[in-house]
Write a protein that binds this ligand. Structure first.
Ligand code: SF4
Length: 304
């Protein structure tokens, strides 16, 4: 197949467009789409300190690579990366290696924090001792540390690697669960910025997952691609399968869903404004809308 723009050999055929593209045109288009997402949603401002939440996987690695490409030379913008080591042997240690290599190549400062140092136990130890579901602890603890540590580092933005597929899956899951509060918090950045929470931004939100992987491979971006040993079949797994089947059968489904959701989002946010009061957790002082934050609640369960 030949590139639609220049006739050179194509690296991708996008069914949803009905066109094929070479490496150069595919890469340029992906970068332009990310820039548009940033610009249209005001994701980055002058004097921002952007911290990229890195895992070593393809999406977060691409996020760092592109943020560095777009803003690395801007004297008014600071860029760094943060990685949370949950303590998953044979998995996170390897992905941290990739993350370190990428940061070295780009000359970006990397900050590493671990469950073991912050909470006294690694995820492997928690799972072994409590015979618990790893993801329950992992998600809550990681979100907590990403916000706390990036805020302490002075970050004004926390850039995550959420891609188009992740975002659509979340739209479906929150609909299936009837969780309107979480639904309206989706989008390229949060609806109600609060000083206690570093503003999370999603520059890759309009890029399909397959294309983030392809860009990384074509442009020599180091990433670690294995699956977490604790990942299991979940509602997200089923939703992903369903959406991919729909996209295969009806190309363009993913972009139709996100466009439709984005058109409804302002109304959704207006009518279901987040009224939950955010206060300081009496135990750790971090922001929460609960009596005691979820992290402290789970920490109690692993120390009791
Ligand atoms: Fe954490 Fe692994 Fe679960 Fe992801 S799959 S939330 S990395 S334990």
């Amino acid at each position: 197949m030949k590139c639609f723009a220049c006739g050179n050999p194509a690296v991708i055929y996008r069914k949803y467009e009905g066109r094929a593209w070479c490496k150069r045109h595919f890469s340029k288009q992906l970068e332009a789409k990310v820039k548009l997402t940033i610009r249209n949603n005001n994701l980055v401002k002058k004097r921002d300190k952007i911290c990229v939440a890195l895992s070593g996987g393809k999406d977060s690695s691409l996020t760092l690579y592109l943020m560095n490409k777009f803003f690395g030379k801007r004297p008014d913008i600071e860029l760094s990366a943060i990685i949370i080591n949950e303590g998953i042997r044979g998995y996170r240690d390897k992905s941290i290696k990739s993350a370190k290599k990428l940061c070295e190549n780009l000359g970006v400062e990397l900050h590493i924090f671990s469950f073991k140092e912050e909470f006294g136990k690694s995820l492997d130890e928690i799972v072994k001792e409590k015979k618990a579901r790893a993801c329950t602890y992992c998600g809550v603890f990681r979100r907590f540390l990403l916000n706390k540590k990036s805020r302490e580092l002075g970050a004004t933005k926390l850039a995550t690697g959420h891609n188009l597929d992740d975002e659509i899956q979340s739209v479906f899951i929150n609909n299936l669960k009837g969780d309107i509060n979480r639904l309206m918090r989706l989008g390229p950045k949060p609806p109600f910025p609060r000083k206690e929470f570093v503003t999370r931004i999603k520059p890759l939100r309009n890029i399909p997952e397959k294309e983030t992987a392809l860009y990384c491979m074509l442009n020599g971006i180091d990433f670690y691609s294995s699956r977490c040993p604790y990942s299991e079949d979940s509602i997200r797994f089923d939703v992903r399968k369903f959406i991919n089947e729909m996209e295969e059968k009806y190309p363009g489904t993913k972009y139709n869903i996100i466009r439709n959701f984005d058109a409804m989002l302002p109304a959704l946010r207006k009518y279901f404004a987040n009224t939950a009061e955010v206060k300081a957790c009496p135990k750790c002082g971090e922001p929460t809308s609960r009596e005691i934050c979820k992290t402290c609640e789970l920490l109690e369960s692993i120390t009791s």
